[in-house]
Design a protein around this ligand. Structure first.
Ligand SMILES: Nc1nc2c(ncn2[C@@H]2O[C@H](COP(=O)(O)OP(=O)(O)OP(=O)(O)O)[C@@H](O)[C@H]2O)c(=O)[nH]1
Ligand SMILES: [Mg+2]
Length: 258
């Protein structure tokens, strides 16, 4: 069983990618079974019908009414309450005995990633020989400038820190919104933080520049890269690339990613 979590800021394309990757895998090989899991208790409209859905157990509006909370407070509480339904979600998924599980998480990524629920769910789901990955989405709309790239890089690193036992790949989502030069520039930043520093010096000013430089310097000292994979739901080749990367993660010795 291969289990992938899509995590990213609100609107970064998690649900669209969940839907499109499922279709892509099934079109490629109808024999493979793919299950989608929605972990957003507040979502109203989705681009697909999830096979397993937290909303069968927990609905944001009902939590708001029952606990007399506004949407934000109810979202925090819902995130914590999800823990009570891990066994149910696990049972439902196991009934399908799928080859792939694509997990779509809520846009408030700090709730899933930085509270207890996300890591607990991530460590609990799946049976038998299960391999896991996190796909973190860098929204193309926000990473065109060095400071947006650095902010997203920090979020991606925080998520990696929280889900430390699970290999993570970073996706440049909605890459069809960028031209080729922009894509090359952003991919270059992700592989070479010195290039990111150069662009920061050129394009940012004042405190933002100083902070961005300090942060990229930390990443340089750590010797890490944030290799990005361009990804778009309107481009079949981009899905080919993503599928290939996920297979590489799953086929490799997962310990090399820790
Ligand atoms: N151009 C383009 N638009 C996309 C792509 N993927 C998603 N979108 C659009 O981006 C918007 C948000 O997409 P979603 O898939 O709902 O994003 P999400 O991360 O699930 O959003 P939340 O669950 O609200 O956090 C929608 O209008 C999508 O149609 C893409 O690859 N290219
Ligand atoms: Mg969504």
């Amino acid at each position: 069983m291969l289990l992938n979590y899509f995590i990213g800021t609100a609107g970064s394309g998690k649900s669209s990618l969940t839907a499109n990757l499922k279709n892509y895998i099934l079109n490629r090989n109808p024999e493979v079974s793919v299950v989608t899991l929605n972990l957003d208790p507040g979502v109203k409209n989705m681009p697909y019908i999830p096979d397993v859905d937290i909303r069968d157990y927990l609905v944001l509006e009902e939590v708001m009414a029952e606990y007399n909370l506004g949407p934000n407070g109810a979202m925090i509480l819902s995130s914590d309450l999800m823990i009570n339904y891990i066994d149910d979600l696990k049972y439902e998924i196991d009934q399908y005995n799928p080859d792939w599980v694509l997990v779509d998480t809520a846009g408030q990524l700090e709730l899933f990633s930085f509270r207890e629920t996300g890591p607990l769910i991530a460590s609990s789901l799946g049976i038998g020989d299960v391999q896991k990955s996190v796909s973190f989405l860098f929204d193309s709309n926000f990473v065109k400038r060095p400071n947006g790239f650095v902010s997203t890089l920090l979020l991606a690193a925080s998520v990696q820190f929280r889900f430390k036992d699970i290999p993570q790949i970073n996706l440049l989502s909605k890459s069809d919104l960028l031209d080729e030069d922009q894509i090359d520039m952003i991919l270059n930043w992700s592989q070479d933080f010195l290039a990111l520093e150069d662009s920061t010096n050129e394009r940012e000013k004042g405190l933002i520049r100083e902070l961005s430089l300090l942060i990229s310097d930390i990443f340089i000292q750590m010797g890490s890269t944030a290799e990005l994979i361009p990804c778009s739901t309107v481009d079949e080749h981009a899905l080919d690339l993503l599928f290939g990367y996920l297979q590489r993660v799953f086929n490799s010795d997962q310990s090399q990613f820790y």
